[in-house]
Ligand binder design. Structure first.
Ligand code: AMP
Ligand code: ZN
Length: 471
């Protein structure tokens, strides 16, 4: 039975989705004003693991992750760089989507704010009609926090101690902790028409609107980094429950621990923001992914060169043992008889699989779960390789492939046909054969041609040059 830590109530709860056959997840995605960094990767990988595990135990999962493509930060960036705000958000959306793909992350839908302005306006209108919002003289619309009695419950804050985030508008708010649903346009800023005049959506309203549009009125998991608990998620919850007129809106609130760099919070002023674009020039995305998969989603994680070096060693151990098993199977290097020792190993494989599930179902404890995966690699390198028996090799291979459903770093190793640079490899052999012919080693050159033919690659010599084709 799966248990999860719910930020709302701060306790471990049994996971029982609203519908027994599908889990609905909404994760707050990026504000696209800069390159995707390792902190983002931390949160996106964590929810990918959660999603993959739910799938592994048999659920369908529908995962929505928004893109905030209009926001103060985007406008500021555009003004600083003298670029159009759309160009800024397009540039970084592209970088974000490329980063997801490198990290082997898939999302079902990426709704963007600017494509949902009409729905956002409609949502705000419902809040106004129900008396949860008011229009200020500037044309901005605010959520009236006093009209929603559960405000502060999610983050555990006392409403009276809260202050609004949008300082510019603070004077026209009824209460300092009210927050903007719609921001009246300031000169030079992008705007859309609305019943309250030209303006643009506040930040929080997009997630309430888009989650209602793509998920149900009550959905299972709402996630994001723990930096979003307050005010973003507190405000989303207030808006949604007020508009829907019922609660709960979300069954489980899950938050990731923040990523720090060498013990410090990442920030522009410290100049320690590590973008994926830069990181991936020196490190394979699989290494970062592996590290992030194997740390618990709720813990604060500290990034350093050392953690990547360790992840690199672990990665080599995983790819190495997957390759060993693959080779044993491909070359038929095993015996058929199942010995007592073989049975003991099969038993151990069962324990590894059970241990993995017990840990994962304990609030997705990946750090514990993957200690079992490394037990498997140790078994491969020692016992299994020492005396390979068909059933054992097959089971170990299948178990590793099963774990890769979550790990997601061994897809190449388990591909039916590994995605080799086929043409380049054939070219290389042809080139080697050419050198052999130049040094008059015709015997070996002919042998290569015959072997290639057996593999379905026919070589045609014309003078010094050789062409090849698949037959
Ligand atoms: P942002 O673009 O800053 O709104 O962030 C997009 C997502 O990444 C949100 O779910 C954030 O909570 C998460 N995030 C941003 N920075 C970090 C960090 N340093 N550690 C963990 N998650 C982060
Ligand atoms: Zn959100």
């Amino acid at each position: 039975m799966l248990r999860v830590f719910n930020t709302l109530g701060r306790r471990i709860e049994l996971f029982e989705p609203v519908r027994p056959d599908c889990v609905y997840i909404y994760v707050c995605g990026p504000t696209v004003y800069d390159y995707t960094h390792i902190g983002h990767a931390r949160t996106y990988v964590a929810f990918d693991v959660i999603k993959r595990y739910l799938k592994l135990v048999g659920y369908n999962v529908f995962h929505v992750q928004n893109i905030t493509d209009i926001d103060d930060k985007i406008i500021k960036r555009a003004q600083e760089e003298g670029r159009d705000w759309r160009e800024v958000s397009e540039t970084y959306t592209k970088d974000y989507l490329e980063s997801l793909s490198k990290l082997n992350l898939k999302v079902d839908i990426h709704p963007r704010v600017t494509e949902h302005i009409a729905e956002i306006i409609q949502f705000i209108q419902v809040l106004l009609e129900k008396g949860h919002a008011y229009v200020a003289p500037s044309g901005s619309v605010y959520f009236d926090v006093n009209s929603y009695e559960r405000y502060g419950e999610l983050s555990g804050r006392n409403v009276k101690e809260l202050w609004g985030q949008e300082q510019d508008f603070v004077k026209e708010k009824r209460n300092p902790y009210d927050f903007a649903l719609w921001k009246a346009a300031k000169p030079g800023e992008p705007w859309w028409n609305s019943p309250w005049g030209p303006g643009r959506p506040g930040w929080h309203i997009e997630c309430s609107t888009m989650s209602s549009r793509y998920l149900n009125e009550l959905f299972d998991i709402h996630g994001g980094g723990s930096d979003l608990i307050f005010p973003h998620h507190e405000n989303e919850r207030a808006q949604s429950e007020a508009a829907l007129g019922k609660q709960p809106w979300v069954k489980y609130w899950l938050h990731t621990g923040m990523l720090t760099v060498n013990g410090e919070k990442m920030s522009k002023s410290l100049g320690n923001i590590v973008s994926l674009k830069d990181l991936f020039t020196n490190w394979r995305p699989e290494i970062l992914r592996l590290w992030l998969v194997t740390v618990h989603y709720r813990s604060v994680v500290d990034f350093s060169e050392e953690v990547l070096q360790q992840a690199q060693r672990n990665y080599e151990r995983l790819t190495g043992s997957a390759q060993l098993l693959r080779d044993l199977l491909r070359k038929g290097e095993y015996t058929y008889r199942l010995s007592d020792e073989g049975i003991r190993i099969l038993q151990k494989l069962n324990e590894i699989r059970n241990g993995f599930h017990t840990s994962m179902s304990d609030d997705f404890n990946t750090s514990k779960a993957f200690s079992y995966v490394y037990e498997l690699t140790s078994l491969v390198y020692t016992k299994i390789l020492e005396k390979p028996e068909a059933t054992v090799v097959l089971r170990a291979y299948a178990l590793m492939e099963y774990f890769n459903e979550i790990l997601g770093v061994l897809d190449k190793q388990f591909a039916e046909t590994p995605p080799l640079p086929f043409d380049q490899l054939v070219d290389l052999i042809v080139e080697m054969r050419k050198k052999l012919r130049q040094s008059r080693n015709y015997e070996l050159a002919d042998w290569i041609r015959e072997q290639m033919l057996k593999l379905g690659v026919k070589l045609y010599d014309k003078g010094e040059e050789t062409r090849w084709q698949l037959i």
